[in-house]
Design a protein around this ligand. Sequence first.
Ligand code: ZN
Ligand code: ZN
Length: 261
Amino acid sequence: MLKVRLLGSGSGGNCTLVSSGDCHILIDCGLNARRISHGLREAGIRPDHLSGILISHEHRDHIAGLPVFLKSAPVPVFLSPGTAAGTALNGTEAPAEHFQVGQPFAIGPLEVIPFAVSHDAVDPCGFIIRCRGVQLAHVTDLGCMTELVRQRIRQSHCLVIESNHDEEMLKIGPYPWPLKQRVLSRVGHLSNRDLGRFLAEDFDGAAATIVLAHLSRKNNHPEIARQNVRDALAERASARADAFEIIVADQDRPTPLITID
Ligand SMILES: [Zn+2]
Ligand SMILES: [Zn+2]
């Protein structure tokens, strides 16, 4: 069994708690450290009892809380050497554990498989987490759905995936043109449309729960993202759209606890 809760998600900061029994890890540490500690305590977990923190890439919204969090809870930080080069762990006693993107490794009972994504960071990755026959896919910050991502996330029982922006809202929205181009590019962020296309055409239907993550505050709306996914799932030939639970993650509030078994 895996338990998953996104403590917060968006360009203002990202952090997800994943638990199996008494093994608890974070994926990314981009929220304010106090908020992360509070989220852990609410779940009955002492911050210094974490088995580790996985870092997907070195952008600020994924690591901003790390230095302060590690001062009070110096737990192991798992990251690729490329990501480590851009991530300040100095001043803390936290051990850095380097992984190679593409190479599985274990944290207690969890098997972790980091896989490459297309994003403008040094060595960005998504994660598959497996434990006793159940599988979580966690993938945000990707400019496009590459064949590798499609393959890796197959057979996941819970899919946490980016639904960053509505392309029309982005085009007419307040961002300066260079930033619009960056977000829309193949190394930017995944649009509602690209996620919808994947769900309608390629999704294997294994995930009973789909969590929409890393929504843009300015260029998306939770109900637009949710309806887009409902419409995409309804296009699938094989399954009813209401067979899937859709959760939209929020920047400021944790998601409900998701149990995968
Ligand atoms: Zn991000
Ligand atoms: Zn990023």
